[in-house]
Write a protein that binds this ligand. Sequence first.
Ligand SMILES: [Cu+2]
Length: 808
Amino acid sequence: MRTLPKLIANLPLAMVMGAAVAEENTFNLNIPAQPLAAAIEAVSKQTGLQPFYADGALVGKQSPALKGSYSKREAVEKLLAQSGLDYTFTGDNTVAVKAPAAKSAQKAKTEEPVVLDTLTIKAQKANVDQPFGSYLDPSKIALARTATSDTAQMLNGTPGVSFSGGGGISSRPVIHGMADDRLRVQVDGMNLISACANHMNPALSYVAPSSVLSAQVLAGITPVSMGGDSIGGTIRVNSADPEFAEDGKAPLIKGQASTFYRTNGDARGGNISASIANEHAELKYTGSTVQARNYKAGGNFTTQNTKNGSDVVGSSAYKSENQSLSLALRNDDHLAVIKVGQQNIPYQAFPNVRMDMTGDDSWFANVFTKSQFQWGNLETRAYHEDARHKMNFLADKMTTPTRNMPMDTHGVNQGLSVKANIDMTDKHLLTVGSEYQRYRLDDWWDPAPGSMMMGPGTFWNINAGKRDRIDLFTEWEGRWTQQWLTQLGARVGVVEMSAGNVKDYKDSTVAQRAEATAVNGQNKKQTDVNIDWTALARYTFNDMQTYELGAARKTRSPNLYERFAWSRGAMAMFMNNWVGDGNGYVGDINLKPEVAHTVSATANWHDAKQEDWEAKVTPFYTHVENYIDARLCQPGNGVTCASPSSGFNLLQLANFDAHLFGVDVSGSKLLVDTAKYGSLTGKTVLNYVRGRNNDTGGNLYQQMPFNATVALEHKRGGWSNTIETQIASSKTDVQAVRLEPKTAGYALLNLRSSYTWKHLRIDGGIDNLLDKNYALPLGGTYIGERSVAGTAVPGMGRSFNVGMTINY
Ligand SMILES: [Cu+2]
C-alpha cells in the first residue's frame, strides 16, 4: 500500500544516491538481532547517523542481525526491511523514520497532485534528538551490568551527572548539582517515590541493571512533556520493548541467562528472562538476584571500626531480588503492555545512615497503551505501586547486642497519564497531556520492647500522609526548516498535601505530648499551584555545527518528609535524614515549592560525516527561589532544640534563595580505524558545577568537584575493550551547616573488556586497578558502625569483575 508513493518519493533520492554511492563510506557493522530502537541506536553510534522518529514508533519492532560492510543507507534499508516503517534520508546524516500513513489518508493523498512530502522531515516527537538530551550508549549499558548492581551507576560518565551515595543498590543520580526529588526519575514511565525517611528506596533502586535496556538523560532544559514536579532534569529508564514474531512465521521463543561475580564485597548475582511471542502477543518473564558483603576501600580510612577492619566499609552489604511478568498485545495500530513486578530486598545496609533497610517488599502493576491514528498517536498509562519498607539495625550497627528500633513505612503510589501527539502539519507537532498522581504514606515506629525511651506507644512520624498532584501540559514543536527547530511548552500543576495527627512514644509524658498536640493543632493542608514553562530552539548551522538554547521555569513542591517530619526530639530528628550527612532534621509545614529559572545552551561541533570527531559544550545557570536547604534548628511548637549531639547538628529545613552554574564538556576522536586492528576512539567528559546559597553565602550540599573521565575504546569484531580513568579534584566547597567532610582529589583506573560470540557474551574488568584509597565526594558521612562525624564514605578499592550471558 505504501509502495507507490514511496517509489515516487524515492526516485530523485535514488538518482542522487546512484551518484553518491561510489563515494559513500561503508562501516563494518556487527549488530545482533534485537529491538529495532536499540539497533538503530547502535547504528547511529557507529556511523554517526542521526535518526528521527516518533516516540514509541519503534515499540514492538524487531530488527534482523546486521553483519558485514554497509553504508548508512544500506544499514537503514536492511534494519527497516521487515518493520513496515517508511524512512527518508533528509541529509547525508539524517534519516526520518515513520509509520506509513493510514490507508484512508494514503488514498486521499494519491488523488492529490503528487507532492514529495515524504522528503521533508515530518514533525516528529524526536526520541533521539531531544535538545539537551542524551541516550546512553547500549554497549555501555551492557558493560555496566557486570560492573555494578546499582542501576543509577549505569549513568556514570554521562555529561552533567554525578551520584549521591547510599546503600549498595540505592545511590541517587545528581544532575547539575540537583539530586533526589529535584529530578524526575521514571522507570518504565512510572514516577516512583522514596517511601522512607532516609530515602533508601529511590526510583532507580526499584529496577535491576539487567532489566535496563535504554536510559535517557535530559540534563539542561527538560521539555514540559517530560518533566513535571521537578526542577533539575529528567532521567528515563526503560526495560526492553516487546518483541513479536513476524507475520506468518513460527512463534518467537527467546531467553537469556547471565551471571556475574565481583571480587570486592564478594558480589554475585544473575538474571534470567524468557519470552514467547506470536505476531500479536508476547509473554515475558524476568527475574534477577544479587547479594554482596561489605566492600573494601583501597586502604585504611577509619579508626572507628570495631567489627570490621579499618579498610572495610561497614554497613555496605545488600541482597535484592526482582521479578516481573509482562504481556504485550498489538494489532496494526494499537499496542498494549501490561506489566506486573515485585521486589524483595531482605537487607541493604547503609554506611551513611543511622538505620539499615531490614526488609523492603514492593510490587507494581503498570499498563501502557499506544494507538496510532490519522492525526497522530495517543499514549495512556496507569500504574499502581505498593512499597512496604522496614528499618532497624543490621549487624555492623549493633553497638549493644540488644539494640533494636523498628521503623516501618508503607507507601501507595498510583498514577494515570494520557498524552496525545498531534501532527498539525508536516512540520508542526502539538502534544497535549495530563498526569494524575495519588500518593499515600504512613511512617510509624513501633515501641522497642524493654526500651524506656522508645515506648510504650507507637511513634507516628507521618500518619496518613497525602500528596496528590494533577498536571496539564501542552507543547508545540516546530521544525520550520532543516535549520530551525523550536519547542515551546507550558504546564500547570496542582499539588495537594496533608497529613493526619501524629503521636510520640511517650504519649503520656507532658513535655512530649505538648509538642505533638501543638503539631496536631496546626492546619496540615497545603495546596500549591505550580506553573512551568519551557522554550527551546535548535539551530543547525551546517553539517558541522549545531547550537541549542533553552530557558525554563520549573517548580517542585516539597515532599511529605520535608513538610511533615515534625519532632524536635534529637533521636527522632536523627531518624529523618535523606541526605546521608548524619545530622538530624525537622521539616516545616509551611515550606514553599522550589522554583527554578534556568538558562542553558549547547554547542555541538563535529566533522561533516560525524565519524571522526565531536565536541560538545553545555554551560548552564539556574536561579532557584525557595530552594529547600537547612539551617540550625530553631525553637518551634513549644520545644527548644537539643544541643548538637555527638558532633552532629540538629537542622531545620527552610526556603532560601540559591543559584547553581557550571559547564559540561564532552568530546570524542577516532584515533585509528583499520580492518586489521579495529577502531580506537578517545573519549572525554568534563564536569564543573558550583552551587551557592545566596542568603547564607555558603555552599550548597553535595556539589561534585571538578571531575573528568578520559577513556580509550577499542573495538574489533566481537571484541570491545575500554581503558578509563576517572579524575576528581579535591572538594573544598563543602556546606558548613551540614558538616560536610572535605575530600581529596583522586584518579582511578578502570579496565573493561567484552567478547561477543553468537549466543554468548563474556565480560571482564578491573575497577580501581591501582587500588586507590579515596573518599567519595558525594558519599556522605561514614557512620557504618558508629555515629561519629568527620569521615567521608570511601569509594571501592580494587575489584575484579567477570560476567557471562547466554542468549537463545
Ligand atoms: Cu528506610
